[in-house]
Design a protein around this ligand. Structure first.
Ligand code: HEC
Length: 116
């Protein structure tokens, strides 16, 4: 196959992927944000079993009981405003300046999807 044929195929193939996977553009972005900003502590799957996660005492986000202990609103607020422990030491930094409200909302949904 020559280069111009490849180029002609590329765009329809890309459109097919977008159509078949619904809102894949958004999902890819959420996945990227999770990997970039969250997975260092929470792990790719949300188990919190990374070195930084253990150090910070991140809980297991795949655990339905843990997930039931906070609402979507609380989650949104915590991602946006961050979280401190009883002594005022930062456990999770605020992401409000880094992520838009839409991106945070998408992450809230992403976290719910980690539940097993
Ligand atoms: C520096 C490590 C660290 C990073 C990075 C981090 N978190 Fe956390 N997160 C924590 C810790 C620690 C807790 C547990 C706090 C507790 O309950 O004691 C937590 C708790 C949570 C919870 C539980 C919600 C609640 O209301 O109790 C959610 C959801 C969450 N994080 C989502 C995220 C998302 C989304 C990101 C990325 C935008 C992120 N975290 C980045 C450390 C981190």
């Amino acid at each position: 196959m020559n280069a111009s044929m490849k180029n002609r195929l590329r765009i329809p193939a890309l459109l097919a992927v977008l159509v078949l996977s619904g809102n894949s553009a958004l999902a890819a972005e959420v996945g990227e944000n999770w990997t970039k900003h969250c997975a260092s502590c929470h792990g790719k799957e949300g188990k919190g079993d990374t070195k930084a996660g253990k150090k910070a005492d991140a809980k297991d986000l795949t655990d339905p009981k843990y997930q039931a202990s906070f609402t979507d609103e609380q989650m949104f607020k915590q991602i946006k405003d961050g979280m401190k422990d009883a002594k005022g030491k930062e456990k999770m930094k605020p992401f409000g300046g880094i992520l838009s409200d839409d991106e945070i909302n998408a992450l809230v949904k992403h976290v719910r999807g980690l539940k097993q």
